[in-house]
Write a protein that binds this ligand. Structure first.
Ligand code: CA
Ligand code: CA
Length: 440
């Protein structure tokens, strides 16, 4: 081989070796996440009530794809406004909290299958896993957050956080609040226009003291746990979610959905809540003097709620709320609290709800309007699969169908089928040829 060719060959080999070495160093510094072969969790929930989320539209540039924990933190830290960060499938073991502080950032699982991208707080015993701070229009979608001592997604709403979308996520084994919005001082705009949609919230078992060292026999007795807990929420939508087994140590936890501290103008609809301690809480009995009312002008409609022993729906210091067309199955409720009204609930209306178990429990001090709520005894003919959350009517029930009062605020049912001019009581409008009843 001529001398100059020999030299260039050696040079090429050297370059190749350097490239290999650099690749190896890069791999060492930023190991790819381990691939998970995850399937959707197998839970005793009727598949008919777990709604598939319509896919999100394709993102606009800039788009960043990440494959490791290090890349994820870097991408979030340096993201420009409007960036979409796609996470490759795998389990991301986070060493500390991930903070999003930039407007219009989207954090999204790359495959659209939420069980394939897991952000795991367990190995490092994270108190909080993801925080959104001082920014708006953030989207979290198509991923799982699990094993967190306190808050899964923390909205630092006291720093100005608006129009967040949490979409098609799983929040699993979160031991205080899966989604938390904090107290907001009067100088900061209340968190407005956020949405939590098509998410699955579930825990494997009731909370224990070992899950959360901050929850002790001296304070909350292991019951400081709930799903979505937002203070000062304005114009939020919480819809099409499923909540399963959000339970305190002695089954005295907080709401799967909990809106309080002067929350206003929100909609809570088409959620399925099974075996949680409290289903939907508008307010609670602790009201600081500077909060005039816990919940005002909030609509709770077309929800399926099964077996929530502390309360299916509780309304406690509310004003002008509408609790309409919910179906609640809880024949063995120990406290008789399928719908419970406590303290002052001026202007709140409870109408067209279907309760299997005890009637509305009205402990309210003021006037409240209870209209056309129907209380039935359990019967195997009534619902498709009540213990697994499917509270669709099994057959056409004369006591239920066509006897409700028409309401301008409720023009669809749980299935988004139109209400007819003679609405049925509860969340399901009976339609003779109904595609949503195929599990029957
Ligand atoms: Ca009807
Ligand atoms: Ca229907």
């Amino acid at each position: 081989m001529p001398q100059h060719l020999h030299a260039s060959h050696a040079f090429a080999r050297l370059i190749a070796s350097i490239a290999l070495l650099l690749g190896a160093i890069r791999c060492l510094g930023s190991p790819r996440v381990s691939v998970v072969h995850a399937k959707p969790p197998e839970l005793p929930i009727a598949p008919q009530v777990i709604r598939a989320a319509p896919p999100l539209p394709a993102p606009t540039e800039p788009v960043i794809r990440v494959h490791s924990v290090e890349e994820l933190f870097k991408a979030v830290e340096h993201a420009k406004e409007g960036t979409t960060i796609f996470l490759s499938p795998g389990r991301y073991v986070l060493p500390h909290r991930l903070d999003i502080c930039t407007d219009r950032v989207t954090l999204r699982g790359a495959t659209g299958r939420r069980e394939e991208v897991i952000l795991d707080g367990g190995p490092h015993q994270l108190g909080e896993l993801l925080a959104i701070h001082g920014c708006s229009d953030v989207v979290i979608a198509d991923l799982t957050i699990e094993n967190v001592r306190w808050n899964g997604i923390k909205l630092d709403t006291d720093s100005g956080v608006h129009r967040v979308t949490i979409y098609n996520c799983i929040l699993h084994n979160i031991w205080q609040r899966a989604v938390k919005g904090v107290r907001v001082p009067a100088t900061v705009a209340r968190p407005e226009g956020s949405r939590v949609m098509y998410c699955l919230f579930y825990n494997d078992r009731p909370k224990s003291y070992a899950d959360d060292p901050a929850d002790t026999p001296e304070n909350f007795q292991g019951n400081y746990i709930g799903g979505i807990d937002i203070m000062f929420a304005a114009k939020w939508t919480i819809s099409d979610n499923v909540f399963y087994n959000i339970q305190g140590r002695t089954r005295e936890g907080r709401g799967a959905i909990f809106l309080w501290h002067d929350s206003r103008d929100c909609i809570v609809e088409r959620n399925v809540i099974i075996n949680c301690d409290v289903g939907i809480a508008l307010g609670n009995s602790y009201k600081p003097p500077d909060v005039p009312v816990h919940s005002a002008n909030i609509i709770v409609r077309n929800n399926f709620i099964a077996q929530c022993p502390e309360s299916g729906i509780v309304s406690d210091y509310t004003r002008d709320c509408l609790i309409a067309h919910n179906t609640i199955f809880d024949p063995d409720n120990r406290l008789g609290r399928l719908i419970r009204l406590v303290h002052d609930n001026q202007g709140t209306i409870v109408v067209n709800n279907l309760l299997v178990g005890s009637p509305v429990r009205n402990e309210s001090t003021g006037e409240i309007r209870l209209i056309k709520n129907l209380i039935l005894s359990p019967s195997p003919d009534l619902f498709v699969d009540p213990k697994r959350g499917d509270l669709h009517l099994r057959t056409r029930q004369p006591a239920v169908c066509d006897v409700g009062n028409p309401l301008p605020q409720v023009i669809e049912d749980f299935d988004r089928q139109p209400r007819d001019s003679r609405p049925d009581i509860g969340a399901d409008e009976w339609i003779e040829e109904d595609p949503f009843r195929k599990s029957n």
